[in-house]
Design a protein around this ligand. Sequence first.
Ligand SMILES: [Zn+2]
Ligand SMILES: [Zn+2]
Length: 298
Amino acid sequence: MNPSNFIHPDDAAALQALKNIPIFPTVMEKLFQYGLDEIRWSENVTTNLRLSERQLPEIYKHLPPICHKLGIRIPELYLQTSPIPNAWTSGNNRVYIVVTLGLIRRFKDEELDAVLAHECGHILCQHVLYSMLADSIYNLGDFFVESIVGQIGSVAMKPLKQALVAWSRASELTADRVACLITSASTMTRVLARLEGMPKSILNDMDYEAWCAQGADYENLKNGNAWKKIIRYMANTDIDHPYGPVRAYEVNRWEGSSQCKQLKKQIKLIGSGKRCPKCGNFIDEAWGFCKNCGNKLN
Ligand SMILES: [Zn+2]
Ligand SMILES: [Zn+2]
């Protein structure tokens, strides 16, 4: 799975803008010097429950098949006892996903798959390090942020913060596409509604098409006069995820694209586990000949 085949254009543009900020490399270097990766890791391993084939295997078993389909190493998976449904990925040397008890209790199996695939999407696209930085920057009391603001100055930090917020929001759109590849846009849409805090009674009655239409209305704002003002306002607020209906609209729109259909086919082949004995590529059992090397099958 090559991220260039599915990266959301807003993500690509925002990442470029982030990389163009002059102090960005310095701040990244300081992040390592400060040991943010190790600090986050130590907080995680002493607080959360590491899942495995031995530790709550019914939850853990969701993760390995997703990683196999996406072609990534299986990250560690942790359970946090928070009742609020949420999930995130962190770690550079040891990448790990955390899911909360609130999410495990409320989300159906396929919805959990979508959440894990979304997180694996962040790993696949190498978002994790930048999102760790973004997380620290939102967290104003963080020592790391205080120390870099002390060295670099808050004025120089401002454009970096704005670019990080914009990128972080756009990166969710790419990760949602990965969730769509493993599950479906409709599952991801339901996940988004759940994450917005909708209770079960509302989820069952909600008209998801109408909800996506709200996202489309927002997209239309981009063509209007006020768009620049809206962007500036958002860049100065600490909203790290784009709004639910916008993500729902984006992921549903993408599912109809030829790009998504092609990738879904590829994932289905990988999921089947059957390989061509001659070239080693994944094959469909229905094929008479390997579409990669022409080898006669069966
Ligand atoms: Zn995410
Ligand atoms: Zn072949």
